[in-house]
Structure formats: structure tokens, C-alpha cells
Ligand binder design. Sequence first.
Ligand code: OSB
Ligand code: MG
Length: 375
Amino acid sequence: MLRIESITLREVALALKEPFQISSGTQKQRRIFLLELTSADGVVAWSECVAAEFPNYGPETIDTCWFAIREWVAPRVFGRSFAGPEEVDPVLEHNFRGHHMAKAAVEMGAWELAARTEGVSLSAKLGGTRSSIRVGISLGIQDSPAALVEKARAALERGYRKVKIKIKPGADFEYVRAVREALGPEAPLMADANNAYGHESIASLQALDELGLMMIEQPLAWDDLLRHAHLQNLLKTPICLDESITSVERTEDMIHLGAGRIVNIKPGRVGGFTSSKAIHDLCAGHGIPVWCGGMLESGVGRGHNVALASLRNFTLPGDLSPSERYWEQDIVTPEWTMDGDGWIVVPADRPGIGVEVDRDRVENLTVRREELRAQ
Ligand code: OSB
Ligand code: MG
């Protein structure tokens, strides 16, 4: 039986090593939102809410999530006994629309709590089978094609197995072509537009088709499947959907409409692990490869993503960069590392996510804290 007794919300300020620019904005600092859950038998588990400061990726923000968790999510789970963590998602979805990142933070925390209670790894608890995962890097928009080429070259030399290039109108074809020409036809490259294109700019997306990309991620609007289906018909390059995939039903829509051929699963965006597993299974049944996306998480969120990415159909490299890519120092020990061939190891022999939160460091970095308790 799983009973959640308290949830402590914390905001931690962590400076990114370098600013991260996507088509809809730039981040220099990451406001990290951590949850510490305690069970009735005194087991502790950490999770991370991946919402950002502004609603430029999805509609939620750190502040809407804080409010949603305090007002609606936590009160739903307190005072209940769950037979297992898979019972949390239906309780959170019943007559409660949206707020996926807020729900996911608690739902994923419940999975971690269950894994820690049983003394098994989160990967095993989720049904994961991979012992290591190939890693891709996500490169923000740079000042010039030459600057981007240097970053991409360094990433491949470091061992990354996929290089994702953020694009926007005015920083697309020329940038990606420069990287393709410098790094050769075999370099595993892809582009991510974060919704920057309208249907009128289809020609710029068609131009990318000759650059041999593994995929183009979310070129059109975040909630638009129909126009992605139209675009996919015009492209050889597979479209990968990120923002548009918010549930297993939206994934079914994608498949039926032909709106994309690859899915980026971010557990925060889809409401947690139960939904992620359903999307994973649906895609596996349709021969659609999936990979795990990232949201510039700290080592806590990274641990949840690594566990999820150990499931069988995560066949493409995930945006699961090691701690050193983002932070001077992470908030977990050990930090997440990647070997020279671009593999991150799933800590299958340790409980839960397999790393421990550095409490003193988190305490020092905390800018806001609130404890929620079962009545
Ligand atoms: O679209 O995948 C995205 C970061 C913030 C918001 C959206 C995205 C991203 C990334 C970062 O690409 C990937 C990472 O965490 O390394
Ligand atoms: Mg994306």
C-alpha cells in the first residue's frame, strides 16, 4: 500500500553553464522545481516538475504548477491508499483537465516512492529492460552557422549519438547545411523548431528535406496535428512530435492522421509515467520509434527520464545529456555521466532513480519552500 503523507515543494535556482535559446525564448537560469514526497512508512522520494518560468513551451509555468499542486493535485492523493503507483494517474485525471506537468510531478514521485519502498530501481519498477541508453545533445540557436558547426563538432567528438539543432525562421537552412557540410553525410543530425513555422512557411521546411536529417521536431503549432499531417505528406524527412503529444489519445490521432512518424516522450508533458508507458506501448505496436526528450532538468528529473528511457521501444538516442552539459555542479550524487561513446548507464542495481539528492546543497540553493501535509 502506498500512502503519501507529505509533499515539500521547493524552488531552487541553478545557473545554466551557457544560455539556451529556442525559437520562443532564451533561458540563462533554470528555476528548478523539486518535490520531496514522504510516505506513511517514512520512505522519501524526490521528483521534479519540469515547467519553465514562462508559458512559451506549453501552457503551464512553475507558478501555475505550484498553485495546481497545492490546491488540487496534493489534496487528491493525500489520505488515500494506493495499491500501486499506476492507480495515481486515474485519480488525478478524473474530472481534472490539463495541468499535466503539475500532475506528472506528483505521479512520478509516487512511482519513485513505490520503487524506494520496494528497494528496486525505478527502471525495473517501470518495466525497463535497457542497461544503458544512447544520448543526444540539444544545441540552442547560435549567433552564426560557424559557431553552431563548432558546437556540433565538439558534441560528436565528445561521443554524443545525435545532435539536435534548434531552428527558427532566419536561422534554419543555412545553419543546418553548414553543419551537414562540415560533419559529413553520416553525422546523426536533426532539427527542432519548437512551433516556429506557420503553414505559409512550408517552403523553408521543404528545403531542409535535402539535408538528410533523422527527423524534424515540432515544426508547426503546439496543438496542431492536421497541418503536421499535411506537411508530413510533403516531406521525406520524418516529423517527430513533441509539444503536440499530450496524451495517448493525441498519439493515436497522430498515427491515424499521419501527422508524424516519431514521438518524443517527455513524461512531464503527458502527465507522468502511466501515460508515458501507454504512449510507449501504443507506438511500439505501430512500429513508431520513440525517444525521451529533456526539459533542462536537474539530476533528479534526469533520473526519472533515464528510468523511462530504459523501456524497450526507446530506440533512438534521448536528450539525456550528463550533468556537466548543464551545470557547474548538479544537485545529486553521483552526478550523471556519459562515456566517450555516448552511453548513459541506467543505475539498475540501486533503489529508485539511483542517485541521492545533495540535501545541503539543495538547502543552500532553495529560494522558496512549502510543506503540504495530509490532514
Ligand atoms: O523542445 O525539446 C525541446 C528544452 C526546453 C524546452 C523545450 C525543449 C528543450 C530541449 C532541451 O531541447 C533538451 C535537454 O534537456 O537537453
Ligand atoms: Mg522539442
